[in-house]
Design a protein around this ligand. Structure first.
Ligand SMILES: C[S@@+](CC[C@H](N)C(=O)[O-])C[C@H]1O[C@@H](n2cnc3c(N)ncnc32)[C@H](O)[C@@H]1O
Length: 348
């Protein structure tokens, strides 16, 4: 749908059904990278926004927590027959070209029953065939038309299934040659990079890099990485892992995150030790994080974002506020009964 007064078009993004706050935050961060100042209006797990720039390829390549996204072509309120009567050939031909194959799927966020959904898929499919002569392909269509039932309207979209999700391997063990239990899993590592707004060519610093779970995802995005850790054996593992990402550069330093030796980075994306698997080498986790935050925010020059993931017990937002700083986002992610992760982002 195009607004009359400008060239902005309407888009949607459908997140996976779990960890809603985190999934929404990831989309908001990614959308702001292509279309700054754009607000997403959420209806449960689906969000709508306008953009001057086509954002769908970027979202599809970058988002871990979006299932699909695409352009909204038509919106209609009232009973379903209003939709069928008003979906004109001109609209349908902008969604599907006659040389393309297509399928129609429905998504109900308004309790619409299965029978109505199947009837809608068939009816809209017939309208498209009549208007375009395009062929139906339910298995591997060129175009997926998505009809979304909302409580106040029905919308018709052209949807792209997330490329990243379909290719992504979630387990570090399956992805990288060196594994250690303290490593950040690939999915969360990628989400943290997305929350920090990492873009290709940026430099990402992980001062608690371990064997490089987060940096490996930063490099996969096309950023360069700097890693620091006390543990020499893990740094050797990081070298093995990061060498897999041949198109980006990285440096590794053995050192203490409480005494940061450098400032030439765009983002800090990190997870300090907080579980049993990673060692604090005798320092209490909270004191370590407090000292690290004190040093990193003092050095910071308001040029990027810090995204830090800890456990709720570490009280990272409070540590940040005690330094007189205001977190941009605070997100919680329940892992199991004994561990809820807390993710905080901050301008540095
Ligand atoms: C949770 S792990 C990091 C995982 C890693 N960020 C990743 O992406 O896979 C925490 C790491 O902090 C390191 N560490 C502990 N105290 C440290 C300190 N004072 N300075 C630097 N690294 C430290 C540990 O050796 C461990 O590798």
């Amino acid at each position: 749908m195009q607004n009359a007064d400008d060239d902005r078009r309407a888009y949607f993004v459908l997140t996976i059904g779990e960890h809603l706050d985190l999934a929404r935050a990831e989309q908001e961060s990614l959308v702001s990278l292509v279309s700054s100042g754009t607000k997403i209006e959420w209806k449960g797990q689906i969000g709508f926004f306008d953009s001057l720039i086509y954002p769908i390829s970027f979202l599809s390549d970058r988002s871990v927590m979006a299932k699909e996204s695409g352009e909204v072509f038509y919106s209609c309120s009232g009973p379903l027959r209003n939709l069928f009567e008003s979906l004109e050939g001109d609209i349908l031909r902008t969604i599907v070209d006659k040389r393309e194959t297509f399928c129609v799927r429905t998504l109900s966020l308004a309790g619409v029953d299965t029978r109505t959904r199947l009837q809608t898929e068939s009816h809209v499919g017939n309208l498209i065939v009549q208007a375009t002569k395009a062929k139906v392909n339910l298995e591997n269509p060129d175009v997926k038309v998505l009809v979304v039932f909302l409580s106040d309207s029905t919308i018709v979209c052209k949807s792209t299934v997330s490329r990243l999700r379909s290719q992504f391997r979630y387990k570090v063990r399956e992805t990288l040659p060196f594994f250690h239990p303290s490593m950040m899993n690939t999915r969360l590592a990628r989400v943290l990079c997305n929350l920090a707004g990492v873009m290709p060519q940026d430099t990402v610093f992980d001062p608690f890099c371990g064997a490089g779970g987060i940096l490996s995802e930063a490099l996969a995005i096309g950023a360069n990485g700097i890693g620091m850790d006390l543990n020499w054996r893990l740094l050797r593992g990081a070298k093995t892992n990061l060498s897999e990402r041949r198109s980006s550069q990285f440096s590794l330093i053995q050192g203490d995150a409480r005494q940061l030796p450098l400032t030439g980075y765009d983002h800090i994306v990190t997870d300090p030790p907080y579980g049993r698997a990673s060692s604090t080498r005798g320092s209490a986790a909270n004191a370590l994080v407090r000292d690290f935050l004190e040093t990193s925010t003092r050095l910071g020059r308001k040029r990027g974002t810090l995204c830090i993931c800890g456990s709720t017990e570490m009280g990272i937002p409070e540590l940040i506020e005690n330094l007189g700083l205001v977190p941009l986002r605070r997100l919680r992610l329940r892992v199991h009964k004994g561990l809820t992760r807390e993710i905080v982002t901050l301008d540095i």
